[in-house]
Design a protein around this ligand. Structure first.
Ligand code: ZN
Length: 600
């Protein structure tokens, strides 16, 4: 592992672009502190006049702008060296300031909710500068029919801490109390099985190790079915109660309302994926053939289809691959990304001591859209750079073409631009590569992506929906009921040919996302939208690209569904998912063809 100080600065991000000196950081900190201190005075005037509202929202936006910058600067420093005391202290101070800011501005939402729409419309005319906050005000006001009296809201808020404990209990229980025991690894040595090393163990080529991990893990989970069911039922009932308090028809409606989406979109996704299950069944059949197995068990589905590909890409080559891929997006996209990657210090490239793992894109209005990588020269890493560059360019366009407070795009569209880049890169390399080994490896990655993001997440989304529906009908969510519901889905999604080991019925117990209130479907809708966009880019070329760039420029100025419509993608149309399915099917067909021609 490299020492950070021995890495050439051209491979490290340039955070002096945010604050050149510690004094500059401190000056911003003090300014934010001063606005936070004077903010409570707005409580008296925010609802009195257009000017009062505008002043409060301006100060609110300023605080948010500065604190985001302080936060980005602190956490980027911290993430490259967690042992740095100065970085730790800075992060702590910014966190306290953010808490103070949110306490000082507690009244903004509730007070705006008290205004009636006519008054606000009148105020837009009196004070045209208020227009810039139209979307923010709209988002607050749309909560009106789901909000109780001040007193009741306070009461509900005060219970939040105590009620939110189901997922904490599950996390503590699954991650620290549960002991799964030891299994023998491929060298015959004992290894401790944990929830974290379980999936990596299932990816091992050695089948005995995979089977042992599967049996060992579920033997433990199976003993605690009643406990897990009680925790999950508690969580589901809590969501249902909150939905009722907010006068929603169901917990699904309450959750999708927050995303500015509807249950129809959720249900359409499930319907479309359901209609295409034979495609994933065919994928498992391919897997069985390539692994040379008589029967494909559930502990085989993560096993690698092929040995790791030898191709290596230096970081400079990765940059060129990504830039070549995004040429289609036109001058502004291409030249901005070129500068960002080559001159403006967006990327922190290599792993080093104390640096956090993984990869992300981060930043805020007023900073560069930075990228953290842990680059190791594989094609996967090139793909990660394309992915994170997608996020960063989405942020770049959102921030450049919107005021800071209108620039944040929602989770519902957050993985679209990144996935578009990833898919375009894979498709381009498939066409160009002369090596069958490399093609097989790219296709394997592509198929894994569709399996994991489209099918698995939709199966989870269906489980979540069914469990909530049962509870809404008043049925108890016992271990028996949940196991049965889960097994039904396993049978449907894995198809007739995969051997359904009975312990898989307990898998729902180990999925923490079931406590995230209808979150996972967004992974599946994002990859569907991204596939549909890629298809149009590849068939219509430049005639279409302009629409896609307009979508990137939307930022948070429109609802997620409206902004996708600008890219020509109508998420209420069930056929959007079909594009992703066709791409998946085509990857399976290409893999099979190359693989069979090699076998001859
Ligand atoms: Zn991402």
């Amino acid at each position: 592992m490299l020492d950070r100080k021995n890495i050439d600065p051209k491979y490290k991000w340039d955070l002096t672009k945010i604050y050149a000196t510690e004094e500059a950081f401190k000056a911003d900190y003090d300014e934010a502190q001063a606005i936070v201190n004077r903010f409570p005075a707005h409580e008296k005037t925010i609802c009195n006049s257009a000017k009062g509202l505008l002043d409060a929202l301006n100060d609110n936006a300023k605080i948010e702008y500065i604190i985001s910058k302080l936060w980005v600067y602190s956490h980027l420093h911290f993430d490259t060296d967690a042992s740095n005391n100065q970085a730790q202290a800075r992060s702590g101070r910014v966190r306290s300031l953010a808490i103070a800011a949110s306490a000082a501005g507690w009244f903004v939402g509730p007070y705006i909710l008290r205004l009636d729409e006519k008054t606000v419309e009148q105020w837009y005319k009196e004070e045209p500068a208020l227009e810039t906050y139209r979307r923010l005000i709209f988002k607050i006001m749309r909560d009106k029919s789901h909000t109780l009296s001040d007193e009741c809201e306070k009461l509900v808020a005060s219970m939040g801490d105590a009620l939110g404990s189901h997922s904490n209990i599950r996390g503590i229980f699954a991650n620290s109390d549960l002991q799964f025991g030891k299994i023998r690894d491929e060298n015959g040595k004992y290894m401790q099985l944990t929830d974290t090393n379980y999936v990596p163990t299932l990816m091992k080529p050695n089948r005995n190790v995979r089977r042992a991990a599967f049996n060992c893990l579920y033997k433990t989970y199976g003993q605690f079915g009643n406990t897990f069911a009680t925790m999950y039922e508690g969580y589901v009932k809590e969501r249902i109660t909150f939905a009722k308090i907010g006068k929603f028809k169901s917990s699904l409606e309450a959750s999708t309302f927050r995303d500015e989406v509807t249950p129809v979109i959720y249900n359409n996704l499930i319907k479309s994926v359901r209609a295409s299950l034979p495609v994933i069944h065919d994928y498992y059949e391919l897997k069985r053939q390539v692994l040379g197995l008589d029967k494909l068990h559930l502990y085989d589905v993560y096993a690698p289809l092929i040995e790791e590909c030898e191709s290596k890409y230096s970081y400079e080559e990765a940059v060129e691959e990504v830039l070549e891929t995004v040429k289609i997006f036109g001058e502004e996209y291409h030249s901005t990304l070129t500068e960002g990657l080559k001159e403006r210090g967006w990327v922190d490239v290599y792993p080093s001591k104390g640096k956090r793992g993984g990869a992300y894109s981060s930043g805020c209005p007023g900073t560069e859209p930075y990228i953290l990588l842990n680059y190791t020269e594989t094609f996967d890493d090139v793909s990660t750079l394309a992915h994170e560059a997608g996020h960063s360019m989405h942020s770049y366009f959102s921030r450049k073409y919107n005021e800071p407070h209108n620039s944040d795009y929602t989770i519902f569209v957050a993985e679209v631009a990144s996935t578009v880049n990833e898919l375009l890169l894979a498709h381009r390399k498939l066409e160009e590569s002369k090596s069958d080994a490399e093609k097989l490896s790219i296709l394997d990655g592509l198929m894994e992506t569709y399996k994991g993001t489209l099918y698995r997440q939709t199966m989870f989304a269906e489980f979540e929906r069914n469990a909530h529906r049962l509870a809404e009908k008043g049925e108890p969510l016992t271990a028996e009921v949940l196991n049965k519901e889960y097994m039904k889905l396993i049978k449907a999604y894995f198809g007739p040919k995969v051997w359904k080991d009975k312990q898989i019925a307990y898998e729902w117990m180990r999925i923490p996302h079931f406590y995230s209130n209808f979150y996972v479907y967004k992974y599946a809708t994002c990859i569907s939208a991204a596939s549909a966009i890629v298809k149009r880019i590849e068939t219509e070329g430049e005639a279409y690209v302009g629409k896609y760039i307009e979508f990137l420029k939307c930022g948070g100025s429109k609802s997620p569904l409206e902004s996708l419509l600008i890219a020509g993608i109508d998420m209420s149309d069930p056929t959007v998912v079909d594009g992703a399915i066709e791409d998946f099917a085509s990857a399976i067909a290409q893999f099979r063809e190359i693989y069979n021609s090699q076998a001859k």
